[in-house]
Design a protein. Structure first.
Length: 509
């Protein structure tokens, strides 16, 4: 059990705390609000609900008489007031367990049913103190760590003169990063990146864990460094306004909200083509491996080496194959699979290698139609950048993992890329097109395993909806003669059979 004491000087401080807690709570959390009448319980609950709804005018009636009010928000919230509860057993009739399974429960007057509340809960205990309030927050380590992180972000903003900024949830992704929208009076909206240093995983090989082997960024330094490199080369990445590199908190430029997909989620060809044009010109630039930041901090961009490629392609055999079959791959299958990939990786020895952004596809590209030239394409995800085959990023955008790219658009993008590269200097088109098939296969073998891992390990089954597309892309990659050994292995393993069939998976909450 961890405890924090907070002195809230006035009602505004209580409201701000409610907004900060809205960014810390997640599905399954119960926040019990204790204290005398007028101590601030309802004020905090109202502020939390309005922040969760991103609606300062949201009507939040007291649940004193109804006992519970339900809100269908970003995360569903059930607001309970147990003052009039006759017996703790009535909590079940109010649907408490169902509400907790589906979202967050705010409970005023929890003393009326302590035995019926979950043991793992957050408690906010209010008491009067002079003209303000004293609040004691307590809970289990995991929940309190989230609360402390949100309070640390508020302290970061306060230390930089933005203590009154309005914070709102923007997005999270398949990684541990989260993003907030930051509104500061008289200024343009900014974005806050919350990316705490990653906890090392188990040692897998050569004394290294997965992030090290796959060259996954473990802190925000790579993001800051690569953003500088991209901007220095004349392309559009967010400006970094404020940073705490040790804490993993960045206040960055908001490049906009419009993407490269239409409202119905289909690709907008003009925007995809312009995104590919940006890649062609970026790849024509010389490689800068070491980037120096203020404070004598230097970031070395790693190579997309054999180890990284093998550990990524290994996700297919470690996660996808056992899920599909219900049993692990045999030792001989594993050995033959990696022998095939070693042969394919050997082919890349003569390939062109430049800055590889790694996830250059629709979720990470902002369309800025009011700008001109390369400023129209905003690049927002590159912290895992490496030096590797230029064909990798082209494969990522022409076979977008999150949306179906029809063959005609894919062909147009590849043709445009090759035309642009030919005008910019020496370019081996035949070698590039072979590498496109190879990098497509590498990327889609990785993704097939990632979708299963997200479902089984991380409790995110909705990513499985991308699996049929992933295998359709993989089948296209295997058409090149250089990929014949991998095609034969896949056929023998039976992993392509019915893999493109539609999967029935739940949508995200």
């Amino acid at each position: 059990m961890r405890t924090i004491e907070l002195r809230l000087e006035d009602e505004a401080a209580t409201i701000q705390l409610g907004e900060d807690l809205a960014l810390a709570l997640k599905t399954g959390d119960c926040l019990a609000l204790s204290g005398d009448l007028g101590a601030g319980k309802s004020t905090l609950a109202r502020a939390l609900l309005r922040a969760m709804a991103d609606d300062a005018a949201l009507e939040v009636p007291s649940p004193t008489f109804t006992l519970v009010q339900n809100y269908e928000l970003r995360i569903p919230v059930a607001h309970f007031d147990l003052y009039r509860l006759a017996d703790a057993s009535e909590l079940e009739e109010l649907g408490f367990d169902e509400a907790l399974d589906a979202g967050i429960c705010l409970v005023e007057w929890p003393e009326k049913a302590l035995a019926a509340l979950p043991q793992k809960r957050l408690t906010a205990d209010f008491s009067h103190l002079d003209t303000g309030r004293l609040l004691v927050l307590s809970g289990d380590d995991a929940a309190m760590a989230r609360v402390e992180r949100s309070l640390a972000i508020r302290a970061f903003l306060r230390a930089r003169g933005h203590g009154e900024a309005i914070r709102r949830h923007l997005s999270g992704d398949a990684s541990s990063r989260a993003y907030e929208r930051i509104e500061i009076a008289g200024q343009r909206t900014k974005i806050l990146m919350d990316a705490a240093r990653q906890t090392p995983g188990p040692i897998l090989q050569d004394g290294k864990y997965y992030q090290q082997l796959a060259h996954i960024a473990e802190d925000v330094i790579p993001f800051v460094a690569v953003a500088k490199d991209i901007r220095d080369k004349g392309f559009c990445a967010p400006e970094i306004y404020e940073s705490d590199l040790e804490a993993g908190i960045l206040l960055i430029e908001n490049l906009g909200r419009e993407g490269i997909l239409s409202h119905d989620g289909t690709p907008i060809p003009e925007r995809y083509l312009e995104s590919v044009r940006v890649l062609a010109h970026l790849h024509a630039q010389p490689v800068k491996r070491d980037i120096t930041l203020p404070g004598a901090i230097s970031h070395h961009i790693p190579d997309f080496d054999r180890t990284a490629m093998r550990i990524e392609t290994g996700l297919l055999i470690d996660w996808y194959l056992p899920w599909k079959r219900g049993e692990r791959a045999s030792d001989s299958e594993r050995r033959s699979y990696f022998e095939v990939w070693d042969q394919l990786i050997d082919l890349l020895a003569v390939s062109e290698k430049k800055l590889l952004l790694r996830d250059y596809h629709s979720p990470n590209i902002i369309w800025r139609g009011e700008k001109t030239g390369f400023e129209r394409v905003g690049i927002i995800d590159f912290q895992d950048a490496m030096i590797g085959p230029t064909a990798y990023d082209v494969a990522a955008i022409t076979q977008d993992a999150r949306v179906t790219i029809e063959p005609g658009l894919c062909r147009d993008m590849l043709d445009l890329y090759c035309r642009e590269r030919r005008t910019l200097g020496v370019f081996d088109e035949a070698l590039f097109r072979r590498d496109w098939h190879l990098m497509s296969a590498q990327r889609n073998c990785k993704l097939a395993g990632i979708w299963v891992r997200l479902m089984q390990r991380d409790g995110k089954p909705f990513y499985m909806k991308h699996m049929p597309r992933t295998f359709a892309y993989l089948e296209e990659a295997l058409r090149h003669e250089a990929l014949a050994p991998l095609s034969d292995w896949c056929a023998k393993a039976g992993i392509l059979e019915s893999a493109s069939a539609k999967l029935d998976v739940p949508e995200p909450l």
